[in-house]
Design a protein around this ligand. Structure first.
Ligand SMILES: [Mn+2]
Length: 360
């Protein structure tokens, strides 16, 4: 039995500025802590292989020191002889920055379409994959797959990629990806793989059927991200996956077991507050009540509905807000405008994420 630890979308470097412009609490260290938590079973020697499904880093232009810090937990495992396979994701612009930092006999970066052949748990294991294709995975998948040379004989075949597969779902309303050049049709995945190990979709899920209900040639496993990177992920548990693969008579291996391990990611909450008619003190009391009912370490977005009373603006300033919640809570504010909700101007710079990040 082959045991694989699959982790992805760790987005290291998120909210971790080299030169912070304010002294507010940062989420950056959480991302590193969750990554280390996720690798714990590998450090304990409980798995034969670790696969990182991509988006190790939160973006592509990063200092070498961040790349080194991000690779360190993986290199530690490689030093112990645990093989690690890493897929460059879209946030790496499909190539790991400072690739020489990843040079290690047991760390395999899928920096081009290729197949890594490993002898694990008494089995010949072929791990195939390619870096994130950002333009047209629908059109390019057949060539990328062929270029990996995946079809040479092995006991177990695995496919690793950082892509959206048709049928994957995201967000609080469960949006389902159905088409487009950046979505891989589920039927494109050929027979011959025990499983597809994938990153890019931040919600943990396992796809086994296409949109028409037909069984996929191989299950597509998304471990999801290890910390919440936007408020759209607020209802999702975060974690990593351990897969058990056994040899099969047909020669590609078979997924025999899969366990999702939840990590203590920061809870997130979106809180609406009706501000009309509340003077500064009344608003402070109301916010204190609302924030007091949330987990102490929550990341909170306050959405103010209605017209803010003259003078109540001061209650929403960073310094004043800090007095209303536990020190480990992160609070951002959105105010209503005639066009809908707007970010308070001093909270700009959320690091390329789709929601405003934090302050307070
Ligand atoms: Mn990602």
């Amino acid at each position: 039995m082959l045991r694989i630890l699959l982790v992805a979308d760790t987005h290291l470097g998120f909210d971790l500025p080299a030169r912070p412009r304010s002294d507010r609490l940062r989420r950056g260290p959480d991302f590193f802590a969750r990554f280390r938590d996720a690798l714990e079973p590998a450090r304990r020697g409980e798995v034969d292989l670790v696969v990182h499904g991509g988006d190790l880093l939160f973006r592509s232009r990063v200092p070498a020191s961040l790349v080194a810090a991000a690779l360190e937990p993986l290199l530690e495992l490689a030093d112990r002889g645990v093989p690690v396979v890493l897929v460059p994701g879209n946030h790496e612009r499909s190539a790991l920055p400072c690739p020489l930092l990843a040079a290690h006999d047991h760390l395999h970066v899928l920096d081009r379409p290729r197949t890594v052949r490993l002898r694990l748990a008494g089995l010949d294991v072929a791990v195939s994959g390619f870096p994130c294709e950002r333009d047209d995975i629908r059109a390019r998948f057949p060539q990328l797959l062929a270029a990996t040379g995946w079809q040479a004989p092995a006991d177990v075949h695995l496919l690793c990629m950082h892509q959206t597969v048709e049928g994957a779902s995201v967000g609080p309303t469960g949006f389902v990806f159905r088409g487009g050049p950046d979505v891989l049709p589920a039927g494109s995945i050929p027979r011959g793989f025990a499983a597809v190990l994938a990153g890019h979709i931040h919600r943990h899920q396992v796809l086994t059927r296409d949109l028409a209900g037909r069984r996929l040639a191989a299950p597509v496993v998304y471990p999801g991200s290890t910390e919440r990177t936007s408020f759209a992920e607020r209802f999702e548990p975060k974690g990593f996956v351990v897969l058990e693969i056994e040899p099969s008579p047909t020669g590609e291996g078979r997924l025999a077991g899969l366990a999702f391990h939840e990590l203590p990611a920061r809870p997130m909450a979106v809180v609406e507050v009706a501000v009309a008619g509340l003077g500064p003190d009344a608003l402070a009391r109301r916010l204190g009540e609302l924030l007091g009912g949330l987990p102490r370490n929550a990341v909170v977005q306050l959405r103010c509905r209605g017209r803010l009373e003259a003078g109540s603006e001061s209650t929403l300033r960073v310094g004043a807000l800090r007095g209303l919640h536990p020190p480990e809570m992160l609070v951002s504010v959105r105010l209503a405008s005639p066009d809908g909700l707007v970010d308070r101007p001093d909270e700009a710079g959320a690091g390329g994420m789709d929601e405003v990040l934090v302050l307070g």
